[in-house]
Design a protein around this ligand. Sequence first.
Ligand SMILES: Cc1ncc(COP(=O)(O)O)c(C=O)c1O
Length: 440
Amino acid sequence: MTTQDQYARYILPVVAQGVEPVVVASAKGRTITDTDGKTYLDCFSGISVVNAGHNHPRILAAARAQMEQLVHCCSYVYQVPVVGQLAEKLAEIVPVGHQPALDGARLADAKSFFSCSGAEANEGAMRLAKQHTGRREIVALAYGFHGRTIGTLSITGNSARKKNNGPYLPGVAFGPAPYCYRCPLGLEYPSCEIACAHALRDTIRQQTSGDVAAFVVEPVLGEGGIVTPPAEYLTIAANIMHEHGALVVVDEVQTGFGRTGKMFHVEHTPDANVDILTMAKGIAAGFPLGAFTARAPVCDAMKPGDHLSTFGGNPIACAAALANIAVIQEERLAENAAARGAELLARCKLLQEKHRLIGDVRGSGLMIGLELVRDRKTKEPAADEAKALRAGLREHGVLVGVGGVFANVVRLQPPLSITTAECDQAAEALEDVLGKLSRS
Ligand SMILES: Cc1ncc(COP(=O)(O)O)c(C=O)c1O
C-alpha cells in the first residue's frame, strides 16, 4: 500500500483530504525531496516551524547527544539540566516585563513553563492569567487563531475553525480585527487613528462584566490571513488592557524565533509591555515543544501541583531548542528574515501591480501573505484561485501555504536562511503561475 493509500484509509479524513499530494522522503536546508526524487523550494517551513532550515546539523547534533543521555523522566517530576538551561535562555531573550526593552539586562525576572504545542502553551497562559488576576474573562480578536483545544478554540475568532463543536466556553469577548484591507469599521489607515484598538474599550464595556483576566493577541494574525496590524496597534491595545487590570498575553507561536525580523515580534513594539508571551512552532526547529514565559511576579500565582504536562519540557526538544536559538542568533537569521523579507515583499508588490487577482500584499519579515480577490472593488475572496496558485507553484517546485478566514491568502513563510536567489526563484514561479492563471 502506498503512503497516499495509507493516509486515505487510516488517517482521519479531516486531515487526509486536505493534505498536499507530496510524499516527503527527506529535507535539508530549504529543500524538500519527495519519494520520487523531485525537489522543492520550501516556502512554508512546516507551517513556520523550521526557521533555521530543515535538519540543521548543529541542532541535530544537540538533539542526538541529548538522546544518548536521557529521553524522558518527566521534567516536572525530576530536574533536568537542559530544561533549566533553556528556561534561563528564555529569561534572557523573551521580552516580557515592564523594563525598557532591548538593553540585554532587562529580563532576569522571567520564568517559563514548557508544553508540547502552541495550543497547550496558550491554555497554560490563560490559566496563569486567571490565577494571577483572580479574574475570569478573556478578550481576544476577531480573525485570531490560538489552537484547536476547546479552550483555545473558544478564543479563536474564526467560525471556519470552530464549526461543528459549539457552544464554546463562556466569558470570551472579541475585539474587532486590526485588518486594514477589510477594515471592520470601514475606515482607512492612518486617518482611522487606530480606531480598532480604541474600540477595545467598548469590547470590555459592552461584552464583558469587567472581570477581564487577559487580552490574548497575535502580533500578526497568521492563520487569519497574515493580517498585519498597524505598527501602533499593540501598544495602544496593551495600554487599554492594563488600564482595565488585565494581563497582556502575546501569542508568538507563529511570529516567534526570528520570523518577522526580530527574535520576537513584540521587539518591534517595545512599549507594549507584555506580561506573558507564548511560543511553539519555531522554538525547536521541528521537535515538538511549546512554552510560555511570564514576568516572575505573575508566575508566583501558580502553586505546586497547579499545572503540569507529562511530556512538556522533553529533554531532546529542549536541547534542540537551545541549539536552534544559538543558530538563529549566530547565523543572524532574524536579520536575514528582515532583509530577504523586504526583497520578497517588494517583488510581490510588483506582481500585485501586474495581476488583478492579487488584492493585497502584506507581511512582516518572512511572513508574507498575498490576498487573492476576484474583483478588486468588491474584494470577493478568490479561494479556488489561491488553491490553484498553490498547485501551480508546487508543479514549479515551490511549496507555499494557503490560509486566511476566507481561505484566499497565499502564505510565503520560508526558512529564515533563504537566499536572494531563492527568493527570486519563488517570485519567478509566482509570476509564471499567475500569468497562466490569468490566461485560463
Ligand atoms: C498563533 C498561533 N497560536 C497557536 C497555534 C496552535 O499551535 P499548535 O498547532 O502547536 O497547537 C497556532 C498554530 O497554527 C498559531 O498559529
